[in-house]
Design a protein around this ligand. Structure first.
Ligand code: NDP
Length: 296
């Protein structure tokens, strides 16, 4: 069997086009431009790349993009003051603080100081609670992107066996919650899980969010299962030339693609969907703030 490749790049372009249409309507009919503020503390190279590409895509869909770049040793009180200012700015509908933060900053305190209505990453404790109780919330972008791809591929995932490998607050746990809210039967696996291979073999849906390059081999996959690879791991690639690198996921793509029914590639799978969902969340936040109909 050769798996269908779920093209996240193409799907994300469709989502961004829908966002752009909605933004145009908000401007034309309501005179409102959705605004997203991204806060970056320090100079982590990967974070800088993410922030740059978020800003570029925000502008491309017609929204206002504000970037705040703070020194690595910014005192917590200054960061909290900036968040307070953004919370009270009526032109800003979404606030994202790029993680990870430098060690001297309390990540939970910082995230929980964002107005939950502007928390487009969906990490605020209020949004976590709302999602956990099946209420309207801001949903974390990466798991939301994964769910959208699963719904698009399967129609309904109700009753399917899903295994999420990884239990982080930003990917694994919200992913499991979203699958549960869609009536899948969900198992969350992690570093202490016994016989992970057997657990994964039961799954109709496997979501790998581990951060270990190519950890899941094809012989763990049930024939026909859908594999969503969240992992982004950069490896040396001397075969491409001296000093070159390549990105790989948390699943071993070639062997899994031989067994799975569908699979997301890395790059070009979950990654592009994450930013598209961030933009969609910002439009949603803008509509809610103004009492307007939300995009579906
Ligand atoms: P974390 O490091 O926060 O969490 C990793 C999870 O994997 C933990 O729950 C850990 O278990 C579990 N784990 C580690 N080793 C094993 C193992 N041998 N067997 C089973 N489980 C294991 O990572 P994140 O959730 O933040 O990210 C996961 C991956 O997704 C990374 O590659 C990251 O780069 C990528 N990512 C991609 C995004 C995208 O846009 N595509 C966005 C965010 C992340 P335990 O809790 O027991 O330690």
């Amino acid at each position: 069997m050769t798996a269908k490749i779920i093209d996240g790049k193409e799907f994300a372009a469709r989502v961004r086009a829908q966002v752009a249409t909605h933004v145009t309507r908000l401007k034309d009919e309501n005179g409102i431009t959705p605004g997203l503020a991204v806060v970056l503390v320090g100079e982590d190279p990967a974070s800088q790349v993410y922030v740059r590409s978020k800003g570029k895509m925000t502008v491309e869909v017609g929204m206002k993009s504000i970037e705040h770049k703070l020194d690595v040793d910014t005192p917590e009180v200054d960061l909290l003051a900036l968040i307070d200012q953004l919370n009270n700015d009526p032109e800003i509908h979404g606030i994202l603080v790029q993680l990870p933060l430098p060690k001297h900053l309390d990540e939970d305190l910082v995230i929980n100081s964002i107005d939950p209505a502007k928390d487009v990453d969906g990490f605020h404790i209020s949004n976590v609670g709302l999602l956990g109780t099946g209420q309207k919330s801001m949903v974390p972008c990466t798991p939301l992107g994964c769910l959208m791809m699963l719904r698009d591929h399967h129609g309904s995932i109700s009753g399917m066996d899903a295994v999420v490998i990884g239990r982080s607050n930003i990917v694994g746990k919200p992913m499991a919650q979203l699958l549960l809210n869609d009536s899948a039967t969900v198992t969350i696996a992690h570093s202490r899980t016994k016989d992970l291979a057997e657990v994964v073999r039961r799954a109709d849906i496997v979501v790998a969010a581990v951060g270990r390059p190519e950890m899941v081999p094809g012989d763990w996959i049930k024939p026909g299962a859908t594999v969503i690879d969240v992992g982004i791991n950069r490896l040396d690639a001397p075969e491409k030339g001296e000093g070159k690198t390549k990105l790989v996921g948390d699943v071993h793509y070639e062997s899994c693609a031989e067994v799975a029914g569908a699979i997301t590639p890395v790059p070009g799978g979950v990654g592009p969907m994450t930013i598209a969902c961030l933009l969609a969340n910002t439009v949603t936040a803008c509509c809610r703030a103004n009492g307007l109909a939300e995009p579906q």
